[in-house]
Write a protein that binds this ligand. Structure first.
Ligand code: TMP
Ligand code: ASP
Length: 236
């Protein structure tokens, strides 16, 4: 039922299936950072991200968060509902680190109460610039109401994920979401949620358990992704 390749990104491939409304996401064994400037092949990375993202989407489904996820098919693939991705990276921050420290000068670990929601326009040529609400409305096809829905949904997902990760001694520092429009015209959560797209800090030691170890070259990516999967598998 897997048909031709529809799209290939840095970390995943998207395949058509026999059903127009269903796509297969295939996670690649490829790590990239800094808009693809740093790159490495890593056998097993696709497996970890597929399983971790599937677990997180299944957890969110228990709370009726509308998403594209249907089911995990095998070690590296999942079946998802077809959407057209809204070209916005929706970032939620609980603590200041990364680009907000670099760009805006916030002190490392400043607590954001309420959590901060930011939009970045997805365009590799422009290096995914930070944009405001008005830019987002001008540069995409979403309405003001849909923008508010995306913001509220991102905050709700943060609210659901924080205690989920705290159970296994992981602090959810920040993360990136993408939303898509399905065939019915509704906006739903899409893409992946994984150590590629989140910052996870060990609550006991403070160590990074996410793609920052690859960005900074500080530790083995596969070792820390394995740790995240093992902890999530221990829940319930
Ligand atoms: P940032 O501090 O680099 O802006 O990253 C904020 C969060 O978004 C962090 O959890 C990593 C995630 N992220 C992505 O998933 N993709 C990206 O291209 C970037 C820049 C960040
Ligand atoms: N996801 C982007 C890339 O792979 C940037 C990053 O995560 O650092 O190029």
């Amino acid at each position: 039922m897997k048909n031709e390749l529809l799209y290939e990104g840095k970390a995943k491939q998207v395949y058509l299936t026999d059903q127009f409304n269903q796509l297969i996401l295939s996670y690649k064994d490829e790590a990239t950072a800094f808009n693809g400037k740093k790159k490495a092949k890593m056998v097993g990375k696709g497996y970890f991200n597929n399983l971790i993202s599937a677990k997180i989407f299944q957890y969110l489904a228990e709370f009726d968060v509308p998403s594209h996820f249907k089911k995990q098919l095998n070690d590296t693939e999942q079946l998802v509902e077809r959407t057209t991705i809204i070209p916005l990276e929706v970032v939620v921050r609980n603590l200041a680190t990364g680009s907000i420290v670099q760009r805006l000068g916030f002190k490392e670990k400043t607590v954001f109460h309420p959590p901060l929601v930011e939009f970045y326009y997805k365009d590799d040529g422009l290096d995914d610039p930070l944009v405001n609400d008005q830019h987002a409305l001008l540069m995409t096809d979403i309405t003001r109401e849909e923008l508010n829905l995306i913001k509220n949904s991102a905050l709700r997902i943060n609210h659901l994920l924080q205690p989920y990760f705290e159970k296994v001694s992981i602090q959810l520092v920040d993360f990136k979401l993408e939303f898509g429009r399905n065939q019915a015209g509704d906006i739903i959560l899409a893409d992946e949620i994984s150590p590629d797209t989140c910052r996870f800090w060990d609550m006991a030691t403070g160590e990074s358990l996410d793609k920052d170890v690859f960005r900074q070259g500080s530790s083995n990516l596969l070792t820390v992704y394995q740790k995240i999967l093992a902890r999530l598998e221990a829940i319930k």
